[in-house]
Unconditional design. Structure first.
Lengths: 170, 324
């Protein structure tokens, strides 16, 4: 028992400090995740509110020619890429085609926070039929598309995203 | 290390060292814990606001999407939006007024903000003292018993105690709340299809117990659009900062001011917890705070607090319902 009353050994002290440091580091590491999550809630909400606005913009694009729009929208392939692109502002309200059909009030590049890509389906029953009255489309919304002060769009792998299906009528 | 030396106790130096290290560790822990707590509260606050906004916007979207109109040739109002910018007119809407509250008489009017870079954005807009009072007839799925039957629905803001009577004597906390009043199918059927008729007076004053949709909503606004031949959206309400009312009647030949919209932008401005606290202190009638010198008037002060401590949520909604 003589050794027990002598105080702590170096190993004990190191372990104690190690445990303490681990606790502190864990707490500190949680902070950025919390902040990110808090900031992301509003953006995710805005993104989930976009389908109506996207539908309205696609109908505007179709007003200039339904078959021309169909021709401009690629057929989906695996992996999904090169869809017809739309962009939306962070407020979750304004959506416009990135290059198809000129928009009256273009969204400045720095404001293009959301991207929406659109594809046609590759097989029946959702494949586009030029004789039909409707065009089913597959849409992927992803964000952040462009961040203020950064020239190039964010890589797709670094964006949050969700997908949905919509139909526009001739 | 003789036994006698061990039982001697600690020296003053050892004690001081131990105390210093303990204080250091405690300070470190305290600062880490405080920072974590503050972040946690902010995160909770932010997700609570987003949840409230989602609830309100989802309901608005559902109601607008199932909006009803008919060309029955009777001049009925199927949808109406009004901005009431004077406190006296809001007494019948169950507002509890006070000297310092949301600014009125034009001081909160910015219906169509000046475009900064590109088109004007609804998230920058201010909708007057009352916000927009929106009424529409919609085939909602509110209840299972009369789902799909037309209901008269009203959305509006009111500043009033969160419970009990709307009176200055009520000690309950006073809050800005977004209300959604939905009359039942039977009542709507009996009242008819004209939302601006006297029969619908009940839509003006929401129930404190049954109708609150989201609390701490200090502004609620709507922009209404028509779709023209090229598919582009044209805003028909508000057309400018003086356009305080839109009454959508049923005739096909009406001008823009009376047309039923094809799409709408809706927005809610929700206060953070800090904003609620600051506004509460500012609006309290007794022992009122002195206005900081940085603000030239109370209106600038009110909006200064609100803009710094609130968040705007918006959504564009397609009004697909309606019909012939």
């Amino acid at each position: 028992m003589g050794t027990g009353r002598r105080g702590f050994s170096l190993v004990e002290v190191v372990i104690a400090v190690g445990v303490f440091a681990t606790a502190i580091v864990t707490m500190l590491a949680l902070l950025p995740a919390l902040v990110r999550q808090a900031a992301g809630t509003g953006d995710a909400l805005a993104a989930q509110g976009l389908p109506d606005a996207i539908h309205l913009e696609l109908e505007r694009m179709a007003a200039g020619g339904f078959d021309q729009l169909a021709a401009a929208i690629p057929i989906m392939s695996a992996p999904l890429q090169n869809g017809l692109q739309l962009v939306a502002a962070r407020d979750g309200v304004r959506v416009q085609a990135e290059s198809y059909g000129p928009a009256a009030d273009p969204i400045a590049p720095a404001e293009q926070f959301f991207a929406a890509e659109v594809w046609r389906f590759d097989r029946a029953p959702l494949r586009y039929d030029p004789a039909g009255a409707l065009m089913p489309l597959f849409v992927r919304v992803s964000w952040p598309f462009r961040l203020p002060g950064v020239g190039a769009p964010t890589a797709l792998a670094d964006r949050s995203q969700f997908t949905f299906t919509l139909v526009i009528l001739r | 290390m003789t036994p006698c030396r061990e039982s001697r106790g600690f020296t003053l130096l050892e004690l001081l060292m131990a105390a210093a290290i303990t204080v250091l560790l405690a300070a470190l822990m305290l600062s880490v814990t405080t920072a974590a707590l503050r972040t946690w509260h902010r995160a909770q606050d932010s997700s609570a606001m987003a949840r409230q906004a989602k609830l309100a916007l989802d309901l608005l979207q559902r109601d607008l999407q199932s909006g009803i109109r008919r060309h029955d040739g009777l001049g009925n109002t199927w949808l109406a939006a009004d901005i009431i910018d004077h406190p006296a007119a809001l007494a019948s809407h169950g507002w509890l007024g006070t000297a310092r509250m949301k600014p009125d008489a034009g001081a909160s009017i910015r219906l169509v903000p000046a475009p900064g870079d590109g088109a004007p954005r609804i998230v920058d807009a201010r909708f007057g003292l009352s916000g927009v009072w929106l009424r529409l007839l919609a085939a909602t799925t509110d209840t299972t018993s009369d789902a799909g039957v037309p209901h008269a629905i009203s959305y509006q803001l009111a500043r009033r105690p969160v419970s009990g009577p709307v009176s200055a004597g009520n000690l309950a906390a006073v809050r800005y709340t977004l209300f959604r009043t939905s009359l039942g199918g039977a009542e709507t059927f009996a009242n008819g299809n004209n939302l601006t008729a006297a029969a619908y007076a009940a839509l003006a004053n929401p129930s404190t117990s049954a109708d609150p949709l989201a609390t701490n909503v200090v502004d609620f606004g709507v922009w209404l659009y028509l779709r023209d031949g090229s598919g582009a959206l044209r805003r028909i309400f508000p057309t400018d900062n003086a356009d305080l009312s839109h009454v959508a009647a049923d005739a096909e030949t009406e001008d823009d001011a009376h047309r039923y919209p094809d799409a709408a932008d809706v927005m809610v401005r929700i206060l953070t917890n800090e904003g609620v606290r600051l506004l509460d202190a500012m609006e309290r009638p007794t022992g009122a705070l002195a206005r900081p010198a940085t603000y030239s008037n109370d209106a600038a002060w009110w909006w200064g607090i609100v803009e710094a401590n609130s968040r705007v949520f918006a959504r564009r909604v397609e009004i697909t319902g309606g019909g012939a």
